[in-house]
Ligand binder design. Structure first.
Ligand SMILES: [Zn+2]
Length: 44
């Protein structure tokens, strides 16, 4: 069971920011298709 889940995430393609092309961490996927910096530049 657990192995299937791990395999599922391992096969997911890495998401890249549509702005700068930076790889987006999985934890940021709820933000859409941009990385943390491009999504909210004022924060940094
Ligand atoms: Zn970016």
């Amino acid at each position: 069971m657990l192995e299937n889940v791990v395999e599922f995430f391992r096969n997911l393609p890495a998401k890249n920011c549509t702005e700068c092309g930076e790889t987006i961490n999985e934890q940021h996927e709820c933000y859409g298709s941009k990385c943390d910096s491009c999504m909210d530049p004022a924060k940094h």
